[in-house]
Design a protein around this ligand. Structure first.
Ligand code: BTN
Length: 231
């Protein structure tokens, strides 16, 4: 269960960093929310611009997270965002591994960080959801928000509550996997890997990708795949 304790801040550097700095005092499932972040971080060292109006939060998971379950957590987090947005009538898709898009524009991103070297002590799942912000001219990628898509203004707390409900209600690993695949836009697309064209045949349960060309079928671990190019 997540969200038994929710700590709200007007401003933080980064909700992920706050949790990492205070990990000893925080309990499993705690959520830290900031109305804005001054040093919001994205994947691959990107800045996550975090003005007021969107939702920025991190979930702390302590114990019972194995390294093998990390992709399951990626799928569960992505799917929970998608299911939450579906409740509002939106139809987002997942760009592997965990970007949430509407019409190819990014509406949400996830930064999962693990703590502990040999043994995983804890995992921090940081989520940014574009809710009410309308202007993304300072962002390097195509972006949109729930408000941009629907012309409605949302209560940030309601969006968070809906996310928590979705996350806590999906428990079965196979259901998570099937629903993640259903919303994934990568399957059957052509991607360029090591200079060659491949069709994405499948996404495996632990995150590996199966790629097929005329000559071969290969398995590529997620961290070896750059999927900026697909069509
Ligand atoms: C991405 O690059 O797509 C991941 C973006 C993750 C942003 C969220 S906002 C809340 C949490 N705190 C951070 O500093 N980053 C994550």
């Amino acid at each position: 269960m997540i969200g038994n304790k929710i700590i709200n801040f007007k401003q933080l550097d980064s909700t992920n960093d706050y949790i990492k700095q205070n990990i000893v005092d925080l309990s499993d499932g705690t959520i830290v929310v900031a109305s804005q972040q001054t040093n919001g971080r994205g994947r691959r060292g990107n800045i996550w611009h975090s003005p007021k109006g969107n939702l920025y939060f991190s979930v702390l998971l302590k114990g019972c997270v194995n390294r093998e379950d990390m992709f399951l957590l990626t799928m569960k987090s992505s799917l929970s965002i998608v299911l939450m947005m579906e409740q509002y009538g939106l139809k987002p898709k997942i760009k592997y591994p965990n970007d949430i898009l509407i019409n190819n524009k990014k509406i949400s991103g996830i930064l999962i960080e693990s703590i502990g070297y040999k043994e995983l002590e804890a995992v921090v799942v940081g989520i940014g959801i574009n809710v009410n912000v309308m202007d993304f001219s300072n962002v390097d990628w195509k972006a949109t928000s729930m408000k941009k898509e629907t012309n409605e203004t949302y209560h940030i707390n309601d969006v968070l509550k809906e996310f928590i409900q979705c996350f806590n209600s999906i428990k079965d690993d196979n259901v998570i996997y099937e629903n993640y695949l259903n919303r994934s836009i990568l399957l059957n697309k052509t991607i360029i890997h090591n200079g060659k064209d491949y069709i994405v045949e499948s996404i495996e349960k632990y995150g590996d990708i199966i790629l097929m060309s005329d000559q071969e079928t290969i398995t590529v671990p997620s961290d070896e795949l750059s999927i900026s190019n697909f069509y």
